[in-house]
Write a protein that binds this ligand. Sequence first.
Ligand SMILES: NC(=O)c1ccc[n+]([C@@H]2O[C@H](COP(=O)([O-])OP(=O)(O)OC[C@H]3O[C@@H](n4cnc5c(N)ncnc54)[C@H](O)[C@@H]3O)[C@@H](O)[C@H]2O)c1
Length: 310
Amino acid sequence: MSLAGKAAIVTGSGRGLGLAYAQELAKQGAAVVINDVDEQVASEAVDSITAAGGKAVAVVAPVGSTETAKALVAAAVEHFGRLDILVTNAGVLRDKSLLKMTDEDFDLVINVHLRGTFTCVREAYAYFKENGVAGRIITIGSPTGQRGNFGQTNYAAAKAGIVGMVRTWALEMKRAGVTANAVIPVAATAMTKTVPFFQKAVEADERGEAMPEFFRKELGFGTADDVAGLIAYLASDAAANVTGQAIGVGGDRLQLWSHPEAIATEYLDGGWSYEALSERFDDLFGQRLQSVGEEFPQLPAELQPEPAAK
Ligand SMILES: NC(=O)c1ccc[n+]([C@@H]2O[C@H](COP(=O)([O-])OP(=O)(O)OC[C@H]3O[C@@H](n4cnc5c(N)ncnc54)[C@H](O)[C@@H]3O)[C@@H](O)[C@H]2O)c1
């Protein structure tokens, strides 16, 4: 098994994608620290791994604070004698359009996703450096962080911020042989199950059937297990040279995202005054302005969601 002898932390791993990641890492031989705020799902996650012959312990605590980050690393060291892999997956949503979004909605989402990733990665990296471990940092982004999405100011900020941190960490961690990447998943979980667009895929999954190919291929939408293979791969020795990347996965689809780059460059001696821009901006860049938001293909008629019951 490729991860035999290694130890991992997966935050928010009581259910959904985090649970699938923890189970896959355990299947590949890693001992896993399960973390969640929900004690019951955390303990069920531990049971599911130990019942399958793996090793797991639970730390029930909210990520965000340094205290929780320290407790997670300490649990890995105490129970498994080491730490090799950190997956910062815990997440919440508080979707509202900008004018309806409260300070609390903003702060909560930033605290769990962005601060939770920052504090956990800082603790794990300190351990890796001190112990000479060529560790693996796997963070979780989102299509919303890459492209923006209506009603998700807080979540877009957190997820774009995570990919920004990954680019910086890939530079800072290179000499220590530690990799840092962002996975951009799409899957049927509690977070996405109620989105009407995915209704037919979620219903097929709940009936125990394969999701229609249109969802799995065109939309890259599948089950949580479809995402877990990439997490285990990035955690493995085989991925030692993969760092600073944002990699999308879902259903049958795997994607490598580009990082932002200047796509058009113009020069003007003496610099760009208001007058010069007023005269020339439209000609230079008007046809090259970038699109925002995800563009979804039209759902075929038979895969359209049923109208909601009134
Ligand atoms: N489902 C998708 O299609 C999708 C797409 C893009 C990104 N993501 C990201 O993947 C991650 C997992 O999403 P999911 O769909 O499995 O969600 P989910 O809601 O099914 O699971 C999230 C888990 O995190 C736990 N959690 C919440 N706040 C926590 C905290 N402060 N500390 C510890 N645990 C906490 C929850 O109790 C829950 O068990 C999130 O970061 C999410 O933003 C999911």
